[in-house]
Design a protein around this ligand. Structure first.
Ligand SMILES: C[S@@+](CC[C@H](N)C(=O)[O-])C[C@H]1O[C@@H](n2cnc3c(N)ncnc32)[C@H](O)[C@@H]1O
Length: 268
């Protein structure tokens, strides 16, 4: 999770979320992708904003060909962890690069571009750069686990909706002159691919978190609420009681949360 309170992305957070990500990704889009790839003997795959390489660990065993992964991130420490943790049987290289600088020429010879949990922290121009580069190079894109701004809790709480609205406003904030897309990112990427004449397929990929995910639920909820309060400071007082209620429910294994995401496959 990223917020003004947690501006970098910690390897601990990525490791905590990796099992939930793995079971939430829309596997049927990989079936569609396999049909497109056919029996190519070798694939070059670019993973944008790869973090510690969670997508490669999930996707590489599901693809038929020999694979060379090019891992992009602006954080060299995360790239080092991605190389160290790459799955057996693939080769990999890293690029310390900003996604906003991506061009079609970077994708020459590529079979796939992928990204996970990335586009909500990009701007409309950066998302357009991804679509333009993939369309220009004729490369499919599998963009997974993009948040869409919808969270459902059981049991429900009267304060949920107010916090969710403040969190979504926080995700759409401007940082250093960059207006982040937040929950509007999937629609923006979909529109960008359409403008570039590329067909897309969208699938839901929600986290379904419950008693077996207490550690993830606890950290995610704390950061979700902190970002909401950061955005709307007037929520601080009512948030204290809300946090106590929800934290107790998580500790007792009584809270479930659906955190909605969407996966998108673009096939130029
Ligand atoms: C939420 S993490 C997701 C990491 C990984 N894809 C995963 O699913 O575990 C977002 C990643 O994108 C990287 N990132 C964010 N904005 C970027 C940019 N403009 N250029 C390059 N990397 C970026 C961050 O450093 C971080 O590793």
């Amino acid at each position: 999770m990223t917020s003004t309170l947690m501006p970098g992305v910690s390897p601990d957070w990525l490791s905590l979320r990796e099992p939930a990500d793995a079971r939430s990704r829309a596997a049927d889009l990989v079936d569609d992708l396999r049909e497109r790839v056919g029996d190519a003997p070798r694939m070059v795959i670019h993973d944008l904003g790869c973090g510690t390489g969670s997508a490669a660990r999930w996707l590489a065993p599901k693809l038929p060909a020999a694979q060379h992964w090019i891992m992009w991130d602006r954080d060299p420490d995360l790239l080092a962890a991605a190389l160290a943790g790459k799955p057996d049987g693939i080769t990999a290289a890293t690029r310390v690069r900003d996604i906003g600088t991506l061009h079609a020429a970077d994708l020459a010879g590529a079979a796939l571009v992928t990204a996970s949990a990335l586009i909500d922290i990009l701007t409309v121009d950066e998302v357009d750069a991804i679509a333009s580069a993939c369309a220009g190079a004729g490369v499919p894109a599998l963009i997974m686990l993009s948040v869409v701004g919808r969270v459902e809790f059981t049991p429900a709480d009267p304060f949920d909706a107010e916090v969710a609205a403040a969190f979504n406003a926080h995700q759409r904030r401007s940082v250093g002159g960059r207006r982040l897309l937040g929950p509007d990112a999937v629609a923006a990427l979909d529109e960008a691919f359409a403008r570039h004449g590329v067909a897309t397929t969208l699938r839901p990929s929600p986290w379904q978190l419950g008693a077996d995910d207490r550690a993830l639920l606890e950290v995610w909820f704390r950061e979700w609420l902190a970002a909401a309060v950061d955005q709307v400071p007037a929520l601080a007082a009512p948030a204290a009681g809300y946090a106590r209620r929800r934290t107790a429910e998580i500790a007792e294994g009584r809270l479930t949360a659906s955190v909605h995401h969407v996966d998108l496959l673009a096939l130029p």
